[in-house]
Design a protein around this ligand. Structure first.
Ligand code: URP
Ligand code: ZN
Ligand code: ZN
Ligand code: ZN
Length: 464
């Protein structure tokens, strides 16, 4: 089956140019002006539109058991929602329980992910340490296409990695040619601040940001960067939310350290006033970690993205419904942490970033797709419109508009942090592995059609 996307402007990270794009089976086979239409090919008219590599969301949690419950979106509904928004690949997280065997946890997540409608791959979290963990990291890299490991510096008494685990795991990552990543928040400080707030009777969701101020994030970001420096590893910091963490990244990069930073669509667009709402269900709906910050921090994140000190945009898609959020109605520390966004990331970043002139279309492609493909070793299979790349393509209508609402979204959870926002710039068509899976508002996602993407290790000499 051949599909030709005609008359659009192809946007890659390095340039934009007029070209038709011909796909056969699951690959792009030609990119050039005025291509002949092969007999029987499906024709997609991209006149007046951009043709871009499908989005890569490097941070999602589908089907995640977390804080005593399980997220609303499973791998089917979550990846399908992504396709509707122009995201064709997700990197999700295998999160072993403390003392759980890594391979067993990995196999469990592979099983859950079989129903994915779009392509997927996994970071594996290192939540504890012993010789079997050291061994199994090697098995995951060599035999299972995992090249990145996640470390939660927060969530004390649950999945938090202590300094011993960070140091030993980073050293192992270097040996294996894998990328260490961190959720940077000082878990001990968070825990103590939470206890102080609860003792003072401050039990509502407005206490959530007070228990996780920017300093708590910055301490952990600085510590992780220092450990990576001593261990000679690169490091990727997930969901950078504040100016102070960005400063740590910027400083380290200026000193020649290979540090990468991820910004969430939510942190870029939503500020901390949401926690002051009298509507406690609304406030709890926004409880995620790190919390939303003030406009000062949002501005810094946009500058980080434009200036090249933040590299990727993600969502941390982790949906809980109102009943689940109500588990913490008498104690904010029990509100399941997480918000959605996989369906909206591309549009809100285009609307706020490109329409404002903050980002060029090529910079948009860089921070929504190409950089993630390169940092996590899927490039040029993903993140590029060129012959030989996967036919994961989004035809982007820069004049199309959509008003975001939980009532009309494909994602589950019944809540949307971008509720009511009208965005200009939407996918008109999404192709995943050569198949049209979304066209003009109609989702044609197929359960189980997504593929597991192997990500080989980096060369262990270039990782230094
Ligand atoms: O609040 C969040 N971010 N929930 C998901 C788990 C994590 O920390 O990434
Ligand atoms: Zn996190
Ligand atoms: Zn500040
Ligand atoms: Zn997360």
């Amino acid at each position: 089956m051949k599909t030709i996307i005609r008359g659009g402007t192809v946007v890659n990270a390095d340039r934009a140019f007029r070209a038709d794009v011909l796909c056969e089976a699951d690959k792009i086979i030609a990119v050039a002006e005025n291509l002949d239409v092969p007999n029987g090919a499906k024709i997609i008219d991209a006149g007046g539109q951009y043709v871009m590599p499908g989005g890569i969301d490097p941070h999602t949690h589908m089907n995640l058991p977390f804080m005593g419950t399980v997220t609303q979106d499973d791998f089917y509904t979550g990846t399908a929602a992504g396709l509707a928004g122009g995201t064709t690949t997700i990197i999700d997280f295998v999160i072993p329980a403390p003392k759980q065997n890594l391979i067993e946890a990995y196999q469990q997540w592979r099983e859950w992910a079989k129903k994915s409608a779009g392509d997927y791959t996994f970071h594996v979290a290192i939540t504890w340490w012993d010789d079997t963990v050291q061994r199994d990291m090697g098995i995951l890299v060599r035999d299972h296409g995992v090249n990145s490991f996640k470390h939660f510096m927060a969530y004390k008494n649950a999945i938090m990695a202590d300094d011993e685990t960070l140091v030993k795991s980073f050293r192992r990552c270097l040996e294996l040619g894998a990328m260490p990543t961190v959720h940077a928040e000082n878990g001990e400080l968070v825990y103590q601040l939470q206890q102080d707030l609860l003792k003072r009777g401050l039990t509502g969701p407005s206490s959530h940001p007070l228990s996780r101020p920017p300093e708590v994030e910055a301490e952990a970001a600085n510590r992780a960067i220092a450990i990576a420096n001593v261990m000679h590893t690169p490091i990727y910091i997930v969901h950078v939310s504040c100016a102070e963490s960005l400063e740590a990244i910027t400083r380290a990069r200026a000193h020649g350290q290979r540090v990468y930073g991820e910004a969430l669509a939510g942190h870029l667009l939503i500020d901390d006033s949401v926690y002051q709402s009298d509507d406690l269900e609304f406030a709890a709906g926004h409880v995620m970690s790190p919390p939303f910050r003030s406009k000062h921090h949002q501005k810094a994140l946009w500058h980080g993205l434009r200036g090249g000190n933040l590299h990727t945009t993600a969502t941390d898609h982790c949906t809980f419904c109102a009943e689940q959020k109500a588990m913490g109605k008498d104690d904010f520390t029990k509100i399941p942490n997480g918000c959605g966004g996989v369906e909206d990331r591309m549009s809100v970043i285009w609307d706020e970033g490109v329409n404002s002139g903050m980002l060029t279309p090529s910079e948009f492609v860089k921070v929504t797709s190409t950089n993630a493909a390169q940092i996590f070793n899927m490039y040029p299979r993903k993140g590029l419109i060129a012959p030989g790349a996967d036919a994961d393509v989004v035809v982007w209508d820069p004049e199309g508009t959509r008003t975001i609402s939980a009532l009309t979204q494909f994602a589950k959870g019944g809540f949307n942090v971008f509720e009511g926002r009208t965005v200009r710039g939407i996918p008109s068509t999404t192709l995943s592995a050569g198949n049209v899976v979304f066209h003009r508002g109609v989702l044609m996602a197929v359960e189980g059609a997504g593929r597991y993407i192997n990500r080989p290790a980096f060369s262990t000499t270039s990782a230094r």
